[in-house]
Every structure is written in C-alpha cells, then in structure tokens.
Design a protein around this ligand. Sequence first.
Ligand code: SF4
Length: 304
Amino acid sequence: MQKRYNSFSEELKRVFGCRVQRISVDAGFSCPNLDGTLGTGGCIFCGGKGSGSFGILRGGSVADQVEAGKEVMVRKYKARLFIAYFQAYSNTYAEPERLRKLYDEALQVKDVAGLIVGTRPDCLSSEVLDLLAEYSLKTYFWLEMGLQSPLDRTLELIHRGHDFAAFESSVRKCREKGIRVCAHVILGLPGENRGEMLATAAVLNRMGINGVKIHMLHVMKDTPLEDMYRQGIVRLFDRDEYVGLVCDFLERLRPEISVQRLTGDGGRDFLIAPLWSLNKFEVLNAIDYELERRGSCQGSGLQG
Ligand code: SF4
C-alpha cells in the first residue's frame, strides 16, 4: 500500500536506490541529565539506560558494532547500504575531536553511507555545530534531537533538564548551518490533553523541522515512569486510540516533513506496557488503513 505520509524508508530508497538499514551504535557517551551536570536521575522514561538504547549492547569499538550490525541487516533484510545511528545517550556530548574520531570510524566501514546522531539541545556548542555542518556537507546526515513535548510544564514533569526555548534555539542554529534536524515527540505524556498533543504538530511546522519521530508513551523496566505507572499515576493509550491520534497528528503536519517513526521502539525484554506496541507492523498497518479509510494524508488537514 502506498504510504500516505512522507516515509523515511521511502526517502532512503529514493536517495540511495536500494535497501538501506540503520545500525544502532553505543559509542560510550553519557548525558548531562545523568552524569550530575544537570541531574543523575535522567528523564522519567529513561532511568539511566539512555532513551532508545534499551537492548543495544555496550562495549566493542564503533567499527565492530557497525560490522556486527551489518551482518544482521544483510541476513534479515538483504540491505546493501547502511547508516550508522549514534543512538545511545547524548552523542554530541564530548569535545569535537573525539566526536570526529568516532563519526569517522563509522563512516570508514565499507558500505556505510551516512550518519544519524542523536542528542539533546544543550549538547550543541558552536564548535560541535560547526563539526556537524561539515558532516552535513560530506555525507548523508541527520541530527536527532529529543523534544518530547513543547510544553515547559511537561518538560519539567518528565525531568528533561531543559525547556522548550533551548530546543527552539538549537533548531534555529542548525537551520542556519544547514544541519537537518529530526525531532522526537512522545504522545501521551502525563498531564497533556489531546488538543495539546496535536498542537505539537503546528509547533514543528512553525520551526521548519526537517523530520519527526513520533511514539506513544511506553513504560520501560527500572525507570521512574515504571513506578508512576505501578502507582496508577500514568494512563497509556490503547492501540485504536493511539492510531486515531497519530492520524490526526499526521493530517496537521506539513507534507515535506520526513516521518521517521510512528510507533514505539521498546525491546521485548525491557517493555512493561503497552504490550500491543510490540507488534510494530500491526500498528503501522493500522495507521495506513485508518488514513486510507479517512481518505486523508500527511498535511491534508492544513489550511491553504
Ligand atoms: S536525554 Fe536521553 S539519555 Fe539523557 S536522561 Fe533523557 S532520555 Fe536519558
């Protein structure tokens, strides 16, 4: 079925003309929200393991991790090219020379055609931004940055350690330097109503963001969020509610924004709830069918 949104995997096929897979890397970084610079507890959904990095094995050089990932991706998906995805913790939280060494190590592995670097808005000094601008020119490059929510009261509640203004300012600097930014957004954060979650799409449109990763709030083992969930403070979506909300969100999102994720990425061994999110293909199919049923698509709800 033809996607009714600007799917990242389709973009990769268009750009490279073949199957391209991302390989997650843990390069041994930390995060100012964990190492004591801003705090030690981290965001409530992370709990010190590094958001999105549950299940990535630490240890081994960057090159070794990429080589091991390649073997899996070739076997599973017959991928021909790869993008090294610096995913665990804050991957710009170091001196530019160390960053350059690690990024180059990944790019030197055969058939690695680009880089994705995940970070926080407060880990982007002007020297680091200059370095990222250089990689934006010499390779296929995306910077991923956690927004989660544009509401300061939510950012405080989830212990992000930065406010929305910090995110907005970093996106503006990236735009000035030609660095493409993909924002991470979580739908279903405590205390937010449906209208507030959908308003995030308008915020992304206004900022001129290049890409977005959307997922539902999910509860991982050994996180502060797990405690809140067990105390009944946190309510999670059921699948149909989430699918309807994502479709509403996509209809409000500008069509040129690259949609890089629409569901959760919690590994089976670490996920507490919602368990329906483990079946990613079912969720993605349900989103496709709902957009088809509505006769709508990304951006179709925008005026003019
Ligand atoms: S910014 Fe990322 S790594 Fe740091 S505490 Fe939050 S989720 Fe964890």
